[in-house]
Design a protein around this ligand. Structure first.
Ligand code: NAP
Length: 321
């Protein structure tokens, strides 16, 4: 029996992926911060597909909540309530418009939610992942400052973990919500590549895959935007304009199915360290941003992130896995 942990599996792209996985008889653990909605979705999946679906409370912007969620999953595995953990799908995330805000640990909310929370979750659960397990991360084409996706949302800035965690604090000029979002996703892509390198070096058979679902305004993604803008973004005229401009466009069913496929299908067994993009009904491996291949930056990002999430003390070497 395959069991997959998915964050944000109760809405949007994550829900489409959860339905696809449940239809394939995969057992699921839905992790998120909306217990009522998660319960409704768990009931729907159980009654429609007969799979086992559990829910775990997870507020990604809180490191304490991430640690608690990881501990809950570990005890489910220890008690036999879960028979295995075969993939971690890091899908939850969003852009946070409006006044800049900070996590309980004092880190900028977008960076904490889209990047730090999943980093810690995976680090905590990696030892529990099946031998050939997978980590699949829903990134975004906006991470690439040279792409139209990146230009439209706001070009990602230097992937400097300390600077991004502190954005808008101490009287600094805050980055726009779009730039905070695209920068957090650039960190996510670089994280996946660095995780892949570290897994290979350790002789592990676990895979790390990055996924761009493409622009899908129909999900809850634009919830922070004014209602007229949200309505406009879902019109066919707007989709036509986006396509002409060169934005990566998709739909929720295709991108959800693609995410499910990356987490389970044999065809992606050798895909570790690859960035996939869903675009108009095709899922292909593509190049990510130039900067995302910078090994020195990626290693520094990893070490600084370990420090931010409390897995390393400044100046100390990383603990071996
Ligand atoms: N839609 C697009 O155009 C697009 C394009 C590229 C990438 N993406 C990425 O695709 C992923 C899924 O987004 P979506 O489009 O499906 O939007 P969505 O429907 O809004 O789903 C986002 C999910 O993330 C969860 N989430 C947000 N903040 C969280 C937090 N602090 N802790 C725990 N869970 C949190 C939400 O939970 P709640 O229901 O509790 O809010 C929701 O389940 C995201 O990572 C997004 O960045 C989307």
């Amino acid at each position: 029996m395959t069991t997959i942990l998915i964050t944000g599996g109760h809405s949007g792209i994550g829900l489409a992926a959860s339905r696809k996985l449940a239809a394939q008889k995969v057992d699921l653990v839905l992790a998120g911060r909306s217990p009522d909605r998660m319960r409704e979705v768990a009931d729907e999946l159980r009654s429609s597909y007969g799979t086992s679906v559990r829910t775990v409370a997870l507020e990604l912007s809180s490191l304490e909540s991430v640690r608690a969620a990881a501990a809950t999953i570990e005890s489910m595995l220890a008690s036999g309530e879960l028979t295995s953990l075969d993939a971690i799908v890091c899908n939850a995330g969003g852009r946070f418009d409006g006044a800049i805000s900070f996590s309980p640990e004092g880190y900028e909310t977008t960076f904490a939610t889209n990047y730090l929370g999943h980093f810690l979750l995976v680090e905590q659960l990696l030892p529990k992942l099946s031998r050939n397990g997978r980590v699949v991360y829903t990134a975004s084409g906006t991470h690439d400052p040279d792409s139209m996706d990146g230009k439209m949302v706001g070009a990602a800035v230097e992937p400097d973990a300390f600077a991004l965690a502190e954005v808008g604090k101490n009287g600094d000029a805050a980055l726009s919500a779009g730039k905070r979002y695209s920068s957090s996703k650039l960190c996510a892509v670089m994280y996946v590549y660095e995780l892949d390198r570290r897994l290979r070096k350790a002789g592990s058979a676990v895979s790390a895959i990055a996924f761009d679902p493409g622009s899908i305004p129909e999900t809850g993604f634009l919830r922070g935007m004014p209602a007229p803008m949200r309505r406009l973004s879902t019109t066919s005229a707007m989709k036509w304009v986006s396509q002409r401009l060169g934005v990566t466009t998709s739909d929720v069913a295709f991108s959800g199915a693609s995410l499910a496929a990356l987490a389970t299908e044999n065809g992606y067994v050798d895909a570790s360290g690859t960035y996939f993009q869903a675009h108009e009904g095709t899922l292909t491996a593509v190049r990510s941003a130039k900067v995302s291949y910078d090994l020195r930056r990626a290693a520094k990002l990893w070490e600084d992130t370990e420090e931010l999430v409390g897995l390393r003390i400044r100046g100390e070497a990383t603990q071996p896995r």
